[in-house]
Design a binder for this molecule. Structure first.
Ligand code: GDP
Ligand code: MN
Length: 394
């Protein structure tokens, strides 16, 4: 789950990570009032959308004086903000974060993510703050520092300090080494404490008045651990999410869109992966990963079909069900009903194995759907028929 910058900063300040004084607003008047409340004479008005790269797209405006804050809020609120992460249609801005202006001496980069190779958290840091880290990684990979974290021990004090020196903070101001190292340690506490999959501070700034502050903040939570953090649910903003993914998660379906043309409807994540493998082995490309879980609730079955078929690339659907607890005949009836209710116009290949598979195959054969609903005895046959059916549709 992704959240907004202002929410990420709320979380981080609970862990003692310094952030600029700020307040969120959803109207121009609210933005001006926020600036007044914060005080000072320079503010930054920042669009709150889940995508990064807002600065380049015109979504971050440094504003001198309250009239300028008003103008910035007018320009940003309601705009369709296009960044390299939103796609060409952009994302409409409904909220702005108004913050105190910072006297920036140096912009640094800091992030923490899960490194699957070492199966641990890793802290990445770079002196090239404010830039896209992908660009730094491509052009000057030596400028990215890494510290792997032992999950049992956590980030150690010497590692945080080594990063601070690696970032050459002492060259800017030796007094800033300690607060920078403390910020890094606290950031790791937040990463671990909230079960994040990513924490990114770009830029982390060193200010003229001798502070290390997280000027930007991006937090992504591991969805599988959200049950441990019920309070985080309030941070979810459905307006920022893919309608298809919302529908899938509401129905308790695990759905991930892929680039192929064979839609997959499978029960169980392992079987779903096996199904994708065999589609590939037969020369096809899966259009999605979809685990509908156990049971055969008709509503979920139809939601799964609707989600799969709303991807225009899908030319055929492969249903691969292993009836262990769920009975295949019940699944087959569900498939036939869904076919009619959802109005599927592409071929569907069904392979049902397990409890009551014989009855299930009779239901498929007697469905009256002819060539649009094909049955397969084995997984290999199912994959072959799907690849052929998809090819004939393209
Ligand atoms: P992003 O473009 O979505 O990553 O948004 P950021 O929060 O990173 O802001 C983009 C850039 O705006 C930063 O890299 C800074 O250069 C600039 N910026 C943000 N806040 C301030 C501020 O308080 N003062 C100044 N001078 N620049 C700021
Ligand atoms: Mn940024």
């Amino acid at each position: 789950m992704k959240i907004h910058e202002y929410q990420a900063k709320e979380v981080l300040s609970r862990y003692g990570v310094p952030v600029p004084k700020g307040q969120v607003a959803d109207t121009v008047e609210g933005a001006v009032a926020a600036a007044k409340g914060i005080g000072g004479d320079v503010w930054v008005v920042k669009a709150q959308i889940h995508a990064g790269g807002r600065g380049k797209g015109g979504g971050v405006k440094v504003s001198k004086g309250l009239d300028t804050v008003k103008g910035s809020a007018e320009a940003i609120l309601g705009m369709q903000l296009v960044t390299h992460q939103t796609g060409p249609e952009g994302q409409q801005v409904k909220k702005v974060l108004v913050e105190e202006g910072m006297d920036i001496r140096k912009e640094l980069y800091l992030s923490i993510l899960v490194d699957r190779n070492t199966q641990s958290g890793v802290v990445l840091a770079s002196t090239e703050g404010g830039m896209e880290i992908e660009e730094v990684a491509a052009k000057t990979p030596e400028k990215i520092l890494r510290e792997n974290v032992d999950g049992a021990v956590g980030l150690r004090a010497f590692q945080a300090q080594r990063l601070a020196y690696g970032l050459e903070v002492d060259r800017i101001d030796p007094k800033l080494v300690r607060p920078t190292a403390a910020l890094i340690s606290n950031l790791y506490q937040a990463f671990q404490g909230e079960d994040c999959s990513l924490v990114e501070i770009n830029p982390l700034v060193l200010t003229g008045d001798g502070r290390a502050v997280a000027l930007d903040a991006k937090l992504t939570f591991d969805d599988n651990a959200l049950f441990r953090h019920p309070a985080l649910k309030d941070y979810r903003d459905l307006g920022e999410e893919e309608p298809l993914e919302i529908e899938a998660s509401d129905a308790d379906l695990s759905y991930i869109k892929l680039d192929g043309n064979i839609g997959c409807r499978v029960n169980g994540a392992g079987l779903a992966m096996g199904t994708m493998d065999i589609i590939k082995a037969q020369g096809g490309e899966p259009a999605n990963f979809l685990d509908i879980g156990g049971g055969a609730d008709q509503g979920r079955v139809e939601t799964a079909f609707r989600i799969i078929t709303s991807d225009p690339n899908v030319k055929c659907i492969l249903i691969n069900i292993f009836g262990g607890i769920v009975r295949c005949d019940v699944v087959a009836e569900g498939v036939v009903a869904a076919f009619k209710n959802v109005g599927i116009s592409i071929p569907v290949v069904v392979r049902l194995e397990g409890t009551n598979s014989k009855e299930a195959n009779e239901i498929i054969a007697g469905s009256g759907l002819g060539d649009r609903l094909l049955k397969a005895e084995s997984l290999k046959e199912a994959a072959e028929k799907s690849v052929a059916a998809a090819a004939s549709q393209s």
